[in-house]
Design a protein. Structure first.
Length: 120
């Protein structure tokens, strides 16, 4: 993601900038936006959950204890599932394309699996 690279080139020492899962969560957010879900409530829910994934990953990266990190990453995992489900529901209801659903599911699956490694 270009924003991440610019953060790195600025010499950012923020911990979430070092996490591949954070970059992948930004890709998930972009895919949710690109899905252009027509149902306003589902679009809002999907975007809120996708943003929460990013924010909880950043929060977890900034925490000190293993338990605090795991808690934030577990919340991010739950939000990831909710985000994907909202886009899947939109697809089933005809409110977004099958290609958009596929892209969100693929990225969501990647983020979910990466977070599983951080929660354990």
């Amino acid at each position: 993601m270009s924003q991440h690279h610019s953060n790195r080139s600025l010499g950012s020492s923020l911990p979430h900038h070092r996490l591949h899962v954070y970059r992948k969560s930004l890709e998930l957010l972009a895919a949710v936006r690109a899905a252009q879900v027509r149902d306003a409530k589902l679009r809002h829910e999907a975007l809120r959950a996708a943003k929460s994934v990013c924010l909880n990953i950043a929060e977890g990266a900034g925490r000190v204890t293993r338990a605090d990190k795991a808690r934030a990453y577990a919340i991010a995992r739950g939000e990831c599932v909710e985000c994907v489900a909202a886009v899947e529901i939109a697809g089933s209801a005809g409110d977004t394309s099958a290609d958009a659903v596929t892209a969100v599911v693929r990225l969501g699956n990647d983020v979910y699996l990466m977070l599983g490694g951080l929660v354990a």
